[in-house]
Design a protein around this ligand. Structure first.
Ligand SMILES: NC(=O)c1ccc[n+]([C@@H]2O[C@H](COP(=O)([O-])OP(=O)(O)OC[C@H]3O[C@@H](n4cnc5c(N)ncnc54)[C@H](OP(=O)(O)O)[C@@H]3O)[C@@H](O)[C@H]2O)c1
Length: 257
């Protein structure tokens, strides 16, 4: 990764207060990137920011609900006012309030899942892109990373609405890559498999379910957030300068088995 100039770059990371988003924020900050930390709960973000600063990095807290487009527009303006620009977008926050068969899905749960997981991602991209256009920014090394999931690559009984948002993120990523490539903006997705975070904890802490996951996973373990942050660093870096519209699956081989 030594050909990438990280110092002076700014990353906006949503869902940065824990799990995969925190691991990505920590790794970017350790490389010298200034990180805008986004999630709903400010107190959790402050802890992440303080840890980054203690380690010699730069981070700032921007509490925002990813299901609210007006709030997202305001948040992006605040980030630009604070840091001057955004070079790397990591759309990572997600929700999954709906469990059960698709034939019984409640529409409020559908709306919430699509608002946060899909509309929120595009709203961040639109708001940042507007700023790039308005300020005539050189976009030749801008990188957008959308957190999808292996759930978007397969059918996922009982979690169908969540899975549909993840499939749509992959579609959105490919379309944006095609639309923005001529400006030098790269857009890629990461599709994690099972990763030990609070998001998946109900499954991971169920010994019968985790045994079945480990058994089906060729690399023989559940992922950790740092498995995913390495992929994000690659996609943010110049090492992936010719990669756009791709979906990097990081699942220990789950989808290959
Ligand atoms: N863990 C897995 O097994 C797994 C597998 C495949 C894909 N993924 C994907 O990886 C990403 C990160 O998941 P994770 O496992 O790291 O989850 P996590 O540990 O539960 O973290 C979720 C993050 O998103 C934030 N968030 C949730 N709802 C939000 C909202 N409405 N507005 C703003 N921020 C919100 C949370 O902070 P607040 O609560 O403070 O808002 C938190 O920072 C998600 O896109 C998920 O779909 C995870």
């Amino acid at each position: 990764m030594n050909s990438t100039t990280w110092n002076g770059k700014v990353a906006l990371v949503t869902g940065a207060s824990r799990g995969i988003g925190k691991a990505i924020a920590d790794k970017l900050a350790a490389l010298g990137v200034s990180v805008a930390l986004v999630a709903r709960h400010e107190d959790d973000l402050i802890l992440v920011r303080d840890e980054i600063v203690r380690c010699g990095g730069t981070g700032e807290v921007f509490a925002c609900h990813m299901g609210n487009v007006d709030a997202i527009n305001t948040m992006v303006e605040h980030v630009i006012n604070h840091f001057g620009d955004i070079d790397i977008i990591v759309n990572n926050a997600a929700t999954n309030p709906s469990h059960g068969n698709l034939t019984e899905v409640s529409w409020p749960a559908w709306d919430k899942t699509f608002d946060v997981n899909l509309k929120g991602y595009l709203a961040v991209i639109q708001a940042v892109y507007r700023q790039w256009q308005e300020h005539g920014k050189d976009c030749s090394s801008k990188s957008i990373i959308n957190m999808a999931s292996i759930a978007g690559l397969e059918g996922m009984p009982q979690e169908g609405v969540y899975a549909m948002t993840k499939a749509a993120i992959i579609s959105m990523t490919k379309t944006l890559a095609a639309e923005l490539g001529s400006k030098g903006i790269r857009v890629n997705a990461i599709a994690p498999g099972w990763v030990d975070t609070s998001f998946s904890r109900a499954v991971i802490q169920n010994s019968r379910q985790v045994d079945a996951i480990v058994k089906k996973t060729p690399l023989g373990r559940v992922g950790i957030p740092q498995d995913i942050s390495g992929a994000a660093i690659f996609l943010a870096s110049d090492e992936s300068a010719y990669v756009t519209g791709s979906v990097l699956t990081v699942d220990g081989g789950w989808t290959a088995a």
